[in-house]
Design a protein around this ligand. Structure first.
Ligand SMILES: C[S@@+](CC[C@H](N)C(=O)[O-])C[C@H]1O[C@@H](n2cnc3c(N)ncnc32)[C@H](O)[C@@H]1O
Length: 460
């Protein structure tokens, strides 16, 4: 990308993209991305980079603001890379998210009539909702920087308080920041591959108030450092009785995934409990959880209701995690076969079914793309899947098309990969998309969750 000297443009914002940046066109019709600008606004912006097909620009002044523009509550807005829509009032955020979803589907060829997209269901909490924050660590020994990455970089913006995180996590963050610098832990340096501490991950249960600290390290630290960390963990647990555990997680890989495969407790447990609806679930330190508990419970209710309409279904669930959605399904269906690959989550999944009194769940520990879809012998009435942001492996989509279950419910946190996978599922009319129910699980950000409901060819 070529850096250009600042060129100031007067622009009218047409809409926003999937990252929450405003989109306008310059005098030559070239697309300009302007972070912080809202649809309909007239702005002054400095061009910062110019490519053949598009430019990016820095917002200098909002000449005509959107009527629902608000002053961002967080001093790090625009700096820390999170909360891309904090400058929009909440009702506007919901409208913008619906537009992002319909745009993603239009880009792949519009298989659903516009009335198939329901309005985005608002979150009960719009601040203080996150039950997990993952903070990369930089700086140097004794002077650790703990924060979030600046947008599109790996430069750390130190964070003292994150207003979308649960209050308990913010309290812990202050304690950790004070204590960690004195333990002798050296931050990991991505460019040299040296150093130890990669991430501080703080998790907790909105419903149980339990908390868990996970320090992600490239290698297990020397004994003296582990001793100091253990002493710190015990001190903090004394002050915070709700801190269920303090653990080290080993991630030696060079990639971007936060957690590695091995977890060791320093003090207390390596897991915590959280409640969704009237059920309680165990989460290991590295298990996936939806970050907005009360809104996720609403999503699980809705997705399970769509998946199990008769109450007698034989359900296949892919990407089951610790079994939160599984239990909502099992409470409504005859039987659920749940597939998950991450061992610590599979272990929780086994316990969570029993803990919640559900005896109709069978579990298969395998990557979904290696699952034998014919293994069960009994035809599935419904398949429900909730893959990671990257969506489904092509082999999974191909198997689903061949399996041809009458109903398919696809839960997704990424409208682009959802639209891509739905297009593939609908090829040769194997499936037809009936509706998309969006849920705002991530207020203030440009992220949105969707439940897509598809019907097999037989019913169409
Ligand atoms: C978005 S989470 C959904 C989990 C669960 N439905 C929930 O709401 O907590 C995706 C899950 O898929 C698992 N996963 C990722 N890749 C997988 C794969 N290829 N095969 C099976 N499971 C996978 C992850 O470990 C994670 O638990």
């Amino acid at each position: 990308m070529r850096r250009v000297p600042a060129k100031q443009l007067h622009l009218v914002i047409e809409k926003i993209d999937s990252e929450g940046d405003g989109i306008a066109r310059n005098g030559e019709g070239k697309i300009v991305f302007i972070p912080g600008a809202l649809p309909g606004e007239t702005v002054l912006a400095d061009v910062t980079t110019e490519k053949k097909d598009y430019c990016t620009a820095r917002l200098v002044k909002v000449v005509e603001p959107h009527p629902e523009r608000v002053v961002p509550a967080c001093p790090l807005h625009g700096k820390c890379g999170g909360c891309q829509l904090q400058h929009a009032a909440y009702p506007l955020q919901l409208q913008l998210k619906l537009q992002m979803i319909t745009d993603a589907f239009s880009r792949t060829g519009r298989q659903v009539p516009l009335d198939g997209f329901e309005p985005v269901r608002p979150s009960p909490l719009t601040w203080g909702y996150r039950n997990k924050i993952s903070l990369p660590v930089g700086g140097k020994e004794g002077l650790l920087e703990i924060g979030y990455f600046r947008k599109k970089t790996h430069r750390i913006v130190p964070v003292d308080h994150c207003p979308v995180a649960m209050a308990g996590l913010n309290g812990l963050l202050a304690e950790i920041r004070r204590g960690l610098g004195l333990t002798g832990l050296v931050p990991y340096n991505e460019s040299t591959g040296r150093g130890t501490l990669r991430h501080v991950v703080l998790r907790g249960g909105e419903g149980t108030r339990e908390l868990l600290v996970v320090l992600v390290v490239r290698e297990f630290p020397a004994f003296q450092v582990v001793d100091r960390l253990t002493a710190l963990a015990r001190r903090i647990r004394k002050r915070y009785p709700s801190l269920a555990g303090f653990v080290l997680n080993l991630n030696p890989s060079a990639g971007n995934s936060i957690f590695g495969p091995i977890t060791r407790g320093l003090s207390g447990r390596t897991f915590f409990f959280e409640r969704f609806g009237d059920m309680t679930f165990k989460f290991e330190a590295t298990s996936f959880s939806q970050v907005n508990t009360s809104q996720a419970a609403r999503l699980y209710e809705a997705a399970a209701g769509e998946a199990c309409q008769a109450g007698t279904e034989n359900v296949l669930e892919l990407y089951a995690g610790v079994g939160t959605l599984t239990c909502f399904l099992a409470a409504r269906a005859s039987r659920v076969l749940a597939v998950e690959e991450w061992k610590p989550s599979v272990e929780c999944l086994r316990e969570n079914g029993v803990k919640n009194g559900l005896t109709n769940v069978k579990i298969v520990e395998t990557p979904a793309e290696r699952f034998d879809f014919q293994t069960d012998g009994i035809p599935f009435d419904t398949v429900i899947l909730d893959p990671p942001r990257s969506g489904c492996h092509p082999a999974v989509l191909e198997s689903l098309r061949r399996l041809g279950a009458p109903r398919l419910v696809y839960v997704s946190c990424n409208p682009s990969t959802l639209a891509r996978d739905v297009r593939l599922l609908c090829q040769n009319k194997a499936y037809r998309l009936r509706k998309v129910i969006p849920f705002d699980l991530f207020p203030q950000t440009s992220h949105v969750e969707s439940v897509a409901v598809l019907e097999g060819a037989i019913r169409s």
